[in-house]
Design a protein around this ligand. Structure first.
Ligand code: ACO
Length: 320
């Protein structure tokens, strides 16, 4: 049996912030941002939270799958921006859905979070322990941005994507995931400092910092290798793949991966222009967008690939 994605959903915050809007409040321009990244606008939260976006995305995925809250055995959310350290976003989602049979927890694998959630759900489903899982990638990255640092804050957005997975005849054909903690410091957001009576000046609010060029090098070397690996593992060739749904970090990374694989960019759908980089939420939001556009037909083979902080990466080939 294979783990099959049977429904998708997503939710973006209401408020659109264009590159032009950002250029009114910081020294940047639409030309700089769009030419280097492919991003034209992103959505940022006002009243929404990671959990509220997740709940809406989850309800849409469950409706798309025709699955009720009582049928869900497991909820996994890939996120680095949960609203609370505890409870987890997954527990907040469970409560809001009334999915009281489900075990729920979060995974921190940054931009690979949804892929790690998919692979974890697959491992549980294969044991026979659970039948139906709800997996999400959800972020409110705007709250961990330094809004005085134009080199990072213009790149990211907020949103949530969800999928319902279940054991079936077709589905996840192969996956690859990995981590390289030795290079973790190229993309960081520090948590709180030690805070007890022994420590002087413990208060520390930290924001996202990135060595963009190192992240770029990591992505364009690791992602093509990982994708080739899963395609071979699935017994397929690159020509058998209908779409490559990659983490939406940067259009240049996507173009470079397409070139290194020798595949037309037409097979790489994007949401970067209107979403920006939403870390763990990028892949499921993109998947939901192509699903709702009717681009996914039964029998198609799709590569999903996430990569980012940790450093981490995860790729899969799915048959839909
Ligand atoms: N607007 C205008 N100018 C800017 C901005 C901005 N928003 N940000 C930086 N600049 C300036 C810098 O100050 C610098 O100016 P200087 O030459 O006078 O010092 C100049 O632009 C170049 O800055 P770099 O940081 O060297 O810019 P670079 O060309 O490397 O582009 C980018 C930055 C787009 C992030 C690039 O490194 C990249 O593509 N990285 C890939 C990684 C990535 O996209 N990460 C996203 C998150 S990680 C993930 O999801 C996996």
């Amino acid at each position: 049996m294979r783990t099959r994605i049977i429904g998708t959903g997503s939710c973006l915050p209401e408020t659109v912030v264009t590159n032009e809007d950002l250029s009114q409040i910081m020294d940047t321009s639409d030309e700089w941002i769009s030419s280097r990244t492919g991003i034209r606008e992103r959505r940022l939260v006002k009243e929404e939270t990671t959990a509220s976006l997740s709940v809406t995305a989850a309800k849409r995925a469950m409706e798309n799958a025709g699955v009720s809250a009582q049928e869900i055995d497991l909820i996994i959310v890939g996120t680095i921006t949960g609203d609370y350290v505890t409870p987890s976003t997954a527990c907040e989602v469970q409560a809001a859905l009334g999915a009281d049979r489900a075990a729920a927890f979060d995974i921190n694998a940054a931009c690979s979070g949804f892929m790690f959630a998919l692979h974890t759900a697959d491992a549980y489903l294969k044991t026979g322990m659970y039948k139906t899982a709800l997996i999400l990638g959800a972020e409110t990255l705007s709250k961990i941005m330094d809004w005085s640092d134009r080199s990072t804050c213009v790149l990211f957005g907020d949103g949530a994507g969800a999928a319902v997975v279940r054991s079936d005849e077709v589905g996840l054909l192969a996956y690859d995931q990995g981590s390289d903690g030795t290079r973790g410091m190229v993309l960081t957001c520090r948590n709180r400092k030690n805070n007890n009576p022994l420590v002087q000046n413990p208060t520390d609010f930290s924001y996202t910092q990135m060595d963009g060029q190192e992240v770029y090098k990591f992505a364009v070397t690791t992602v093509p290798k990982s994708i080739k690996k899963v395609i071979a593992q699935a017994g397929l060739t690159i020509d058998d793949i209908d779409y490559f749904a990659l983490h939406q970090a940067n259009i240049r990374i996507i173009q470079s991966v397409a070139k290194r694989l020798g595949v037309s960019e037409d097979k790489f759908p994007t949401s970067l222009d209107h979403c920006g980089n939403i870390s763990a939420a990028s892949v499921p939001i993109l998947l939901d967008e192509i699903n709702r556009k009717g681009l996914i037909k039964p029998g198609m083979k799709i590569v999903l690939s996430g990569f980012g902080g940790g450093l981490t990466w995860g790729s899969a080939v799915i048959e839909v």
